[in-house]
Ligand binder design. Structure first.
Ligand SMILES: NC(=O)c1ccc[n+]([C@@H]2O[C@H](COP(=O)([O-])OP(=O)(O)OC[C@H]3O[C@@H](n4cnc5c(N)ncnc54)[C@H](OP(=O)(O)O)[C@@H]3O)[C@@H](O)[C@H]2O)c1
Length: 431
């Protein structure tokens, strides 16, 4: 279902992998493709595939496995549900679908004794979900921290490495085909949030109500923030983070200061990285391409091969039953990276420290004040605080001084921290 960028790449990869598949006793035959527009020009490798734009014609045939690469929630949800209802195994790369309907679709697959695989929906090129799924001890995870949106990471890496403005870096990402003409999903953190929800459905403690997930975009990050983050011993990265125990999930999506020693600090460009903290396995780190039709197609086909081999071996499908919704999600308490821009009178770092102290927030480090376009810019790293407390302190600062502020979370190199127990931030460099 779907024969666009990824669908055509699946056909191409399937055709070039014929020998490998034959070696495993498998034959891949694509019986039919459901598309929107049967007249659209497609890659020659799709020449012999019967196309239809009529779901009734598509579902009038029986398939061993249906691959869904339409994208979006509807009609993908109805089509996937229809296939699972018939007991047909489904492979999808659709994070929007899995974030919105993952628990229901997994439950349906379990009820119908069939298989739903979605490895390519998160970290498309890195086969970790299926691997962890087969290893119950290694997959006992209680925290994760990752860079799982390549577009945002590309934009912030370009701003940091080449001193490009946000607007220029975004234009470059669009010119390279790395960002959509409407980049909102990526730069507002929505794509990363969907992938985090899929990860939490898979690895989290229980069902998860995403309504309280804190989501912040990267569009307010300025070049000065990246420069001063470096001076303060770190980098700003587009991060997802979650830690949980049996009852609570503490999670957020947004730009965050990471010390240089954090494993994610060196993940640059479109590359994705994911740190998992295993209860028994200790720290695990995965990294690789997060998107791209060819790598996504390879992961989809691996899901197909696993299902086919499972069936050949006569294994009974045992998809894990989805968890009931019980855990409440809230943002964690972290340190903060704050920019203060004063347009008239300079802001004294001691005054900032005193004001933060009044609100019960410590000050860890202060950058050297800089002047830019007639304004004074100061960056500080604070101690741990809940977001509302920090925001009250910054509102107080803005009401007493003529200034603007920007804030992003600041993590330590042992992040993800255990729920409710973030370690103090330690920065080696001085400024
Ligand atoms: N692109 C990547 O690098 C990447 C990476 C990881 C995951 N994914 C996921 O893979 C999925 C597909 O992405 P893509 O880039 O291949 O998208 P795409 O190029 O837009 O392809 C979508 C395909 O779905 C078909 N389609 C759309 N609406 C339809 C409808 N109502 N009924 C039947 N067919 C319909 C389209 O038909 P026509 O061709 O006739 O228009 C097209 O063939 C998405 O879930 C995406 O998130 C993509």
């Amino acid at each position: 279902m779907g024969l666009g960028h990824v669908g055509q790449a699946v056909v191409g990869a399937g055709s070039s992998a014929r020998g490998v598949l034959r070696g495993r006793g498998l034959e891949l035959r694509i019986d039919q493709a459901l598309v929107r527009d049967v007249t659209r020009r497609r890659h020659p490798v799709c020449r012999d595939i019967p196309l239809t734009n009529d779901p009734e014609i598509f579902f009038s045939r029986e398939y061993d496995i249906v691959i869904e690469v339409i994208g979006g929630v509807e009609p993908a949800r109805s089509f996937v549900a229809r296939a699972l209802e018939r007991g047909t195994a489904v492979v999808t790369a659709n994070k929007s679908l899995m974030a919105a309907y993952g628990p229901e679709l997994r439950a349906l697959a379990a009820r119908r004794g069939t298989i739903l695989r979605y490895e390519a929906s998160v970290l498309a090129a890195v086969p970790f979900l299926g691997a962890l799924g087969r290893r119950p001890l290694a997959s006992s995870i209680d925290g994760l921290c990752g860079i799982i949106n390549g577009t945002s990471n590309f934009i912030l890496s370009s701003m940091e490495g080449r001193g490009e403005s946000y607007a220029d870096a975004l234009r470059k990402a669009q010119a390279l085909g790395l960002a959509e003409p409407d980049p909102a999903n990526d730069v507002l953190g929505l794509d990363a949030a969907q992938k985090l929800i899929v990860l939490l459905q898979e690895l989290g403690p229980s069902g998860f109500d995403p309504a309280h997930l804190e989501i912040t975009g990267i569009e307010d990050v300025a070049i000065e923030d990246l420069e001063q983050a470096r001076a303060l011993g770190g980098v700003i990265k587009p991060v997802v983070s979650a830690a949980w125990d049996a009852r609570r999930i503490e999670a957020f999506v947004g730009p965050a200061f990471l010390p240089r020693s954090h494993p994610l600090a060196r993940i640059r460009g479109v590359v994705n990285g994911l740190c998992l903290r295993g209860r028994l396995a200790g720290d695990l780190f995965y990294s690789g391409a997060g998107a791209g039709p060819d790598v996504t197609a390879a992961t989809i086909l691996d899901d197909v091969v696993e299902i086919a081999e499972q069936r050949q071996a006569g294994a009974v499908a045992r998809p894990s039953a989805p968890n009931p919704v019980v855990a409440r999600c809230r943002p964690p308490q972290t340190a903060w990276f704050v920019r203060v821009t004063a347009s008239i009178d300079p802001v004294d770092p001691d005054d900032v420290a005193a004001l933060l102290r009044l609100h019960g927030i410590g000050l860890r480090r202060v950058s050297r004040a800089r002047r830019s376009r007639g304004s004074q810019i100061l960056h500080v790293l604070t101690g741990r605080s809940a977001r509302p407390r920090l925001e009250r302190a910054l509102a107080d600062l803005r009401s007493t001084k003529a200034c603007r502020t920007f804030h992003a979370r600041a993590l330590d190199d042992r992040h993800p921290a255990r729920v409710g127990r973030a370690a103090p931030i330690e920065i080696a460099a001085s400024n």
